[in-house]
Design a protein around this ligand. Structure first.
Ligand code: AMP
Ligand code: MG
Length: 486
């Protein structure tokens, strides 16, 4: 049983539309994420019961749930869209866990909402599996993300480029509020509603600043910091979000809206996978810049709340935005130093990291393996993983330099190893693995998907027998494209 609350519903109807989910013809539960169920304190038996399945596929609205779709606007690829909103997502309500944490549960793919525009509000099984696997992987990599409790098929086919099985994912997050949610109201000059929304966010997510005079600016600073942390973590695992529009930028710093995202195999700083990102706006290397761009949009919405003096508010925002590259770089530097097993900070470390990036790019090395094999190289061990990346003279020279740098560390070899072990995953949801799982699932075979899901639960554990999951495909498809998760 779920005891729903819905604090977002207590805001007035400017913020959402009441919506009843569509009833799927023949819902079938495909997977339930036990660790997410545990986090929320929901009984697994209940999830698998008729009522659980009915609730998590939209056929039954439970007491306390006030299903709604949120309104928001956004810059899509830099172009302003005054009204977007949850076109295929319905917030069922919130659950308060035993740890007193408030979690939203949303159904994605449950039918038309007032914000569906020309869409059908539904989701195909492929993108649903993609989001389920990727968000699970991110969570286990320690990267802030929305989660997913269940996925289910609906029993109907939906029309995309072909007829595809329809599915619903129950998405879980501490917040679904986006930069675009603020933009929707600010763009209409409704600053009283921007203030209401800010108060809601502060009360729910940063209660420690409620009584501070500078709380709205503090809130902005917290978003900037969380985005810096998030993007630094993405970069450290070779993740490309692919569609960092302001409506996909979470104000609590989660990775949200898994659409055309992907992990890099062979390292390329300007890698892009999304079929619609023609100019590489959201390429790997551009992500920190776009993070800053998105913050400018949020600051624009909040200016009147920063102070009574417009000039002063602009100056405050500008100073904070100017600081972003430095804040980001510091987080990124720390992430990357961990990956190399470094504790003390030396000036030359930045060069060491950048040289490795250049070598990975010029020698076309696999990003994940370059880092996951370092631990073995450090111990002078060799195995199939170590042998995978070809070693040029340049790379060997870099290894010598890195090893010599490690001798300056004051921590033991074991501690160095530990650092590397828990920051360099062996397994990430590589594109070909995810695609393979989806292909089987579309033919009603979920074994491959389950195996991948289980492996992604333990990204740092190494087993020789799983070698196939650690490496890129025989031939990396240079033209591999991802699509928005419709
Ligand atoms: P996204 O690319 O997932 O960030 O989605 C951008 C916008 O399109 C959001 O407002 C979505 O709610 C909406 N959208 C995406 N897919 C669909 C769909 N199948 N039906 C209705 N709206 C959709
Ligand atoms: Mg979106």
């Amino acid at each position: 049983m779920i005891n729903f609350e819905n604090s977002f519903h207590n805001l007035n109807e400017d913020f959402y539309a009441n919506v009843i989910p569509s009833i799927p013809p023949k819902p079938e539960l495909i997977s339930c994420n036990k660790s997410v169920a545990k986090l929320l304190g929901i009984n697994l038996k209940w999830i698998k019961s008729d009522e659980g399945i009915a609730c998590l596929t939209g056929s039954k609205v439970l007491e306390g749930s006030n299903p709604l779709s949120m309104v928001y606007a956004g810059h899509q690829f830099g172009n302003w869209v005054p009204r977007l909103g949850d076109g295929r997502a319905i917030l069922l309500g919130e659950i308060v866990s035993q740890e007193n944490e408030r979690w939203d549960i949303q159904l994605k793919g449950s039918g038309i909402t007032p914000f569906s525009r020309n869409g059908d509000g539904k989701a195909a099984l492929g993108p649903v599996i993609r989001e389920y696997l990727l968000s699970h992987a991110m969570y286990n990599l320690g990267i802030p993300t929305t989660l997913a409790l269940t996925i289910a098929t609906t029993g109907e086919n939906i029309r995309r480029e072909a007829l595809l099985p329809g599915a619903i994912i129950s998405r879980v997050a501490k917040s679904h509020i986006r930069v675009g949610t603020f933009q929707y109201f600010a763009s209409q000059g409704k600053y009283n509603l921007v203030k209401d929304l800010s108060d809601y966010v502060i009360n729910r997510h940063i209660p420690e600043i409620i009584n501070k005079k500078s709380k709205y600016f503090d809130f902005f600073q917290s978003v900037a910091k969380k985005q810096a942390i998030l993007i630094a973590k993405w970069m450290s695992v070779g993740f490309i979000h692919g569609v960092m529009n302001t409506d996909n930028c979470s104000i609590i710093g989660d990775t949200i809206d898994y659409g055309p995202c992907a992990f890099i195999d062979i390292f390329k700083k300007d890698a892009v996978f999304s079929s619609i990102d023609t100019f590489g706006r959201y390429s790997y290397k551009n992500q920190p810049l776009i993070g800053q761009w998105n913050l400018v949009q949020l600051a624009n919405c909040l200016l009147p709340l920063f102070s009574d003096n417009k000039e002063k508010s602009i100056q405050m925002a500008q100073e904070e935005i100017d600081k972003f590259p430095k804040i980001y770089e510091e987080f990124w530097f720390n992430e990357m130093r961990e990956k190399l097993g470094l504790k003390i900070i030396k000036k030359q470390d930045m060069n060491l990291i950048k040289e490795l990036e250049d070598i990975m790019e010029s020698e076309q090395l696999d990003f994940t393996i370059t880092f996951s094999s370092l631990k073995f190289i450090f111990q002078n061990k060799t195995n199939r993983l170590v042998k995978f990346n070809k070693r040029s003279k340049k790379f060997n020279d870099w290894i010598l330099k890195w090893k010599s740098r490690l001798t300056e560390e004051k921590i033991s070899k074991i501690e160095i190893m530990k650092k590397m072990e828990f920051s360099n995953p062996y397994i990430i949801p590589r594109n070909h693995l995810v695609e393979e799982a989806i292909d089987f699932a579309n033919n009603n075979d979920f074994l491959n998907f389950s195996k991948l899901f289980n492996l992604l639960s333990k990204p740092y554990s190494f087993e020789e027998a799983n070698h196939r999951y650690y490496i890129p495909p025989d031939k990396v498809d240079e033209n591999f494209k991802t699509f928005c998760g419709t």
